[in-house]
Design a protein around this ligand. Structure first.
Ligand SMILES: [Zn+2]
Ligand SMILES: [Zn+2]
Length: 361
């Protein structure tokens, strides 16, 4: 039986080619002409308005893949926003021409963890890649949960922030931040800067540490009260504690670096009873050491937090639309698609915060 016609003339696109960045292996990303992805009845095709680089991309670019998110060869990139180009016949609520923001995954809503409301632990989470391209297909599950209409006034590069920000909204919600708390954030890359801004918005006094004075100046613009340049500080833990009440440590200590030694330092920065959020993912297979006496007598809570949920994606979009997160501070460069590799190198070299790739420029 022939497939029923799509509501929009997607067949016209089917023979069309598009330019896309394809990941082949470690530091091997090639710009290629590939077919515009086909969509099924519940899917949407999005014309990419912008796609942003992130720390995960840098990691994947260096390693040549990721065990759960992307296996090469595969179209690359996961943070994007754009305009609906075509929708399958079963899609409701989205028409061609609608501007959208989108997260890179959606949970199954069927497994044990989804039923427990722990969507970020979903055993069958569906990820998409291929944002560094002229078009990207958004599968039904993501259309239903994490494709969101975007107001005209929000530029596409800023709307791309919805995905990484959703991770941090989730992380902040798990960090027990209260008005008047002192919160230390270690690492002032995009993720750390989101934490700094959210903690400041929550009424906390924020101490930020990083190796780059440039990033720390952005941290101050986003609300950090104190900044410590770890590149010229002998004992960062002592320097942080010196800025806290009775030098006992921060109420909340967050790692946004993904560096094992910084995880250990983050734990030592917490006061008795602190919440410690080890958010930055370290290299798989590595370990850290914790002083058992410190953990026991300090009654601290040490937790790992991963990814986002549909609820946090919506909250993230609200924070971007309202301007509260100051999204413009996160986009340092805009480049055409041919410059995706230099843009990935920029994030590896910590040059600026993020680059936005504009595939149709
Ligand atoms: Zn990302
Ligand atoms: Zn699930």
């Amino acid at each position: 039986m022939p497939a029923r016609p799509l509501r929009t003339p997607h067949s016209a696109l089917r023979t069309r080619k598009m330019r896309a960045a394809v990941l082949y292996g470690p530091e091997d990303v090639r710009l290629e002409e590939i077919a515009v992805p086909e969509i099924g009845p519940g899917d949407a095709l999005v014309r990419v308005g912008a796609a942003t680089t992130c720390g995960t991309d840098a990691k994947v670019f260096r390693r040549g893949g990721h065990p759960t998110m992307i296996r090469p060869p595969a179209p690359f990139g996961h943070e994007f926003a754009g305009t609906v180009e075509a929708v399958g016949e079963a899609v409701q609520g989205f028409e061609p021409g609608v501007r959208v923001a989108c997260a890179n995954s959606a949970p199954c809503q069927q497994c044990r963890y989804c039923k427990l409301g722990r969507w970020s632990l979903c055993r069958d989470i569906l990820y998409i890649n291929g944002a560094y391209a002229e078009f990207i297909a958004v599968p039904e599950r993501i259309v239903k949960q994490n494709l969101l209409p975007l107001p005209d006034r929000v530029p596409f590069p800023q709307a791309c922030l919805v995905e990484p920000l959703a991770c941090v909204v989730h992380g902040a919600a798990e960090s027990n931040i209260r008005v008047g708390d002192t919160v230390v954030v270690n690492g002032a890359g995009p993720i750390g800067l989101f934490f700094i801004r959210l903690a400041a918005l929550a009424g906390a006094r924020v101490i930020a540490t990083d190796l780059s004075e440039g990033r720390l100046s952005v941290a101050r613009e986003l609300g950090a009260a104190e900044t410590i340049d770890a590149s010229n500080c002998e004992d960062v833990v002592a320097a942080v504690k010196a800025l806290t009440e009775a030098e006992e440590g921060a109420d909340v200590a967050i790692d946004a670096s993904g560096v094992n030694a910084v995880w250990e330092a983050t734990i030592r920065m917490g006061r008795p009873g602190a919440t410690v959020n080890l958010f930055g993912g370290c290299k798989p297979g590595t370990t850290i050491t914790i002083d058992t006496k410190h953990l026991h007598y300090s009654e601290m809570t040490i937790k790992g937090v991963y990814h986002h949920t549909p609820h946090h994606v919506k909250q993230a979009l609200d924070l971007i639309v309202s301007g509260a997160i100051m999204p413009e501070k996160f986009i340092s460069y805009e480049s055409p698609l041919d410059e995706v590799v230099p843009a990935l190198r920029k994030i590896m070299e910590q040059d600026g915060i993020k680059s936005a790739i504009l595939p149709h420029e």
